[in-house]
Write a protein that binds this ligand. Sequence first.
Ligand SMILES: Nc1ncnc2c1ncn2[C@@H]1O[C@H](COP(=O)(O)OP(=O)(O)OP(=O)(O)O)[C@@H](O)[C@H]1O
Length: 233
Amino acid sequence: MLSVERIHSYYGKAHILSDLTFEVRRGEVVALLGRNGAGKSTTMKSVMQLVRPRKGGVIFQGRDLVGEPAFRVAKWGIGYVPEDRRIFTDLTVLENLEVGRQPARTDAPHWTTDQLFDIFPNLAERRANRGKHMSGGEQQMLTIARTLMGNPALLLLDEPSEGIAPVIVEQMVATILKLKDQGLTVMISEQNLHFARAVADRAIIIEGGEKKFDGSFKDLEAHPEIRDAYLSV
Ligand SMILES: Nc1ncnc2c1ncn2[C@@H]1O[C@H](COP(=O)(O)OP(=O)(O)OP(=O)(O)O)[C@@H](O)[C@H]1O
């Protein structure tokens, strides 16, 4: 579904991603792991074209995205939830969801607000509340639900477990597994190995903008030296 091919991304002169290659296959949940500053957010932004790779390709469903504007990438079916979750604080939960509505597509699950309220019961209880009265974890859930209203084929979640209470993290695990059950393809970036292992089929580890590991969590467990070198546990 997504093939990132030897991309190089920069901020000004700073070379952040170097020759990075990986794939995301339809229906899988992939975790992009690495320490603070490893380049996880830059990788997601490079897929979305919020950072434009200077070399290499980002092929999504047969089309190279490099150089396209981010709004078009979203329209073609990639939903992106950035780290600094942004909701409309003066709008209600239901209104926030309506803002994200996009037409259904044939190659991706189609979501209605009722289906999303089934998957996010906390949001259902608060559907008439304004965003500003919600906790960080609820706001995170609302951002994900609003992105799903765009009916993406691929969902990119940048550090969904960051800064939220442990009980909400457990709910987030359950939520992502439900999305996978519905056939959604998901890539999450994470520093939390426990969370990643609970939701993902495969791990990609990056450090200094380069790929250091790509494989199953079982393979990763068989190589504790990789975990110790590139992840904080
Ligand atoms: N807007 C920017 N301008 C310049 N350098 C940046 C910018 N954003 C990130 N960087 C640098 O790029 C490198 C990769 O950052 P990135 O945010 O992609 O890492 P990350 O793995 O997502 O880490 P974090 O968990 O801290 O978000 C870091 O060295 C960071 O300081």
